[in-house]
Design a protein around this ligand. Structure first.
Ligand code: OGA
Ligand code: MN
Length: 296
């Protein structure tokens, strides 16, 4: 069966049919999906009842697996999954929702802020592939913002102002904005800020995107308040409804997005009930800017 892609009302989202992700892709199929990712930036697959291993095999068509170290506050031995997927659920090792005050839970609430995955890493993520294993009964939609369209819609003066700006990104900035501020020395070292361009160019089609994320907390060359106000204004602009697709999850949906051209967030949901989401993350291949400048 041939792959078919239907463009949703939001132009940057394609709904894919004609693929069974339990089976390995042929090289042609993998090329077709990658080209569709470049074109759309978000792809939705329905009815994919896959294992963790099948999800990872699918992801590895598009690059290497991203090393998850440094992305959370979970201690060794506390991991619920024994697969290489990122656990984006609200569940503990016992399979039950984490207690309200559990530190991991509080940290994970940061996913409700608009972000681009791993913008806190020197080489940020390329694609993320999120699979719905248990859908929460209330809330929990995931929203995506098209950062190419958001960039294109800026006026020329703003485009010129931000063209070469560089931001510091850290998990401590996104979590800090929610009042999560206590870290061990090891975590402080792990979450040290990295640098990212504010405008990035896609390596294939060369379109520019606003590279925003709640992890961004400082703009080099600006005072903290001035930089944060600029970032707030840009975030407000980029997340207007015209640029946003809202995904309402159905069991066994898989949604795949390009972190280089989109931001996303999950909406609040019923934390007393399970929500089991698992993510395979494809590593990026290059930094957006040389990191040495962090030394100043
Ligand atoms: C992620 C993420 C949102 C969600 O997996 O990177 O932000 O809907 N998840 O759980
Ligand atoms: Mn995310």
């Amino acid at each position: 069966m041939a792959i078919a892609i239907r463009q949703l009302q939001k132009h940057f989202v394609g709904e894919v049919s004609g693929l069974d992700l339990r089976q390995p892709l042929t090289p042609d199929q993998a090329r077709e999906i990658e080209a569709a990712m470049d074109q759309y930036a978000v792809l939705v697959f329905h009815g994919q009842d896959i294992t963790d291993a099948q999800q990872m095999v699918f992801a590895l068509n598009f690059g290497e697996r991203e090393n998850p170290r440094g992305g959370n506050v979970i201690k060794q031995g506390e991991h619920r999954l024994d697969s290489p997927l990122n656990d984006v659920s609200n569940l503990g090792k016992d399979g039950k929702p984490l207690p309200r005050e559990h530190r991991t839970h509080l940290f994970n609430l940061g996913n409700c802020l608009w972000h681009s995955d791993s913008s806190f890493r020197p080489v940020p993520a390329k694609f993320s592939l999120l699979s719905a294993r248990v859908v929460n009964p209330k809330g929990g939609n995931t929203e995506f913002a098209d950062m190419r369209a958001a960039y294109d819609a800026l006026d020329d003066e703003t485009k010129a102002e931000i063209a070469d700006l560089i931001c510091e990104h850290s998990l401590m900035y996104s979590r800090g904005s929610l009042g999560f501020t206590e870290y061990s020395d090891e975590e402080k070292e792990m979450f040290k800020p990295v640098l990212q361009r504010l405008v990035r160019t896609h390596p294939v089609h060369r379109r520019k995107s606003l590279y925003l994320s709640s992890h961004a907390g400082r703009v080099l060359g600006m005072s903290m308040p001035e930089g944060r106000l600029l970032l707030r204004d840009l975030n407000e602009h980029a997340t207007q409804p015209e640029f946003v697709y809202v995904h309402k999850w159905t069991l066994h949906d898989l949604v795949m997005w390009d972190n280089r051209q989109t931001m996303h967030r999950v909406r609040r949901y019923d934390q007393s009930q399970p929500r089991d989401m698992r993510r395979a993350t494809v590593a990026g291949t290059e930094p957006t800017v040389a990191q040495q400048q962090a030394a100043e």
